[in-house]
Ligand binder design. Structure first.
Ligand SMILES: [Zn+2]
Length: 237
């Protein structure tokens, strides 16, 4: 009887072990991890793009600034001519006209320079925003990944604990009982049936009154006459 109780216990532990081995990390976690990974990769790509754009805008700004300087130099030269006193009235008019044209052009260039400065500033802001998002995603990924690893470790530990418990229990079970258990295990995942009232917990069929009487008396292994599982009498208290 005690022997069958051990086998019954073994059966429970094996079921638990099976369950813990089949246990998977919540698929929501793995899905979220994948999503975050994609977001991080895209975020890095975006940052690189923004950095390139920032540099381009910088070059453009520099170009306009240089162009503006060239015009300013030209304006200075023209002014010198106008106020130099060496020109005839007619020539002064031409130079003044030229001076006006250059001023107009300078204003245009300066406008464009300002535009590219503004553009550069906008890109910088976008870059900073993108960088903060990326840092956030990276942090979330790390935290979730930690949780994932911990979950995996817990599942492994539980399975190992059960394996140890099973090993210890088997040491206290007679070889012939174990052989019998394994033989039936080939047929049923639950070869041991506990009789708490008058039905087999394996096949749920009624045990005859005669067999029940025998079961309560006998110390040796008894089998259900319907399904052939090992049965033992252990009423619920
Ligand atoms: Zn049965």
């Amino acid at each position: 009887m005690l022997e069958l109780k051990r086998l019954w216990h073994l059966q429970i532990l094996e079921e638990q072990r099976e369950k813990s081995l089949n246990k998977r990390i919540d698929p929501k976690i793995t899905k979220k991890l994948k999503e975050l990974k994609t977001e991080i990769e895209q975020g890095q790509e975006k940052l690189k793009e923004l950095k390139d754009l920032y540099e381009q805008a910088g070059q453009l700004q520099k170009h306009f600034s240089q162009e503006a300087q060239v015009i300013k130099d030209k304006i200075s030269a023209v002014s010198e001519k106008i106020y130099g006193g060496s020109l005839q009235t007619k020539q002064i008019e031409t130079y003044q006209q030229r001076h006006g044209d250059l001023r107009k052009k300078l204003l245009e260039i300066e406008d464009r320079e300002l535009e590219s400065m503004q553009q550069r500033e906008d890109i910088k802001q976008q870059w900073e925003k993108q960088k903060a998002t990326l840092a956030n995603d990276t942090r979330s990924f790390k935290e979730l990944h930690q949780e994932y690893l911990q979950g995996k470790e817990e599942i492994k530990e539980r399975a190992n604990d059960l394996a140890r418990e099973i090993e210890e229990l088997i040491r206290n079970i007679k070889q012939e009982s174990m052989t019998e258990y394994l033989r039936l295990k080939g047929k049923y995942p639950n070869p041991v049936s506990r009789i708490t009232r008058d039905t087999c917990s394996g096949c749920h069929l009624s045990i005859s009154f005669e067999q029940l009487k025998q079961l309560k008396r006998l110390e040796e292994i008894t089998y259900c006459n319907h399904c052939g599982r090992m049965i033992f009498w252990d009423p619920l208290e």
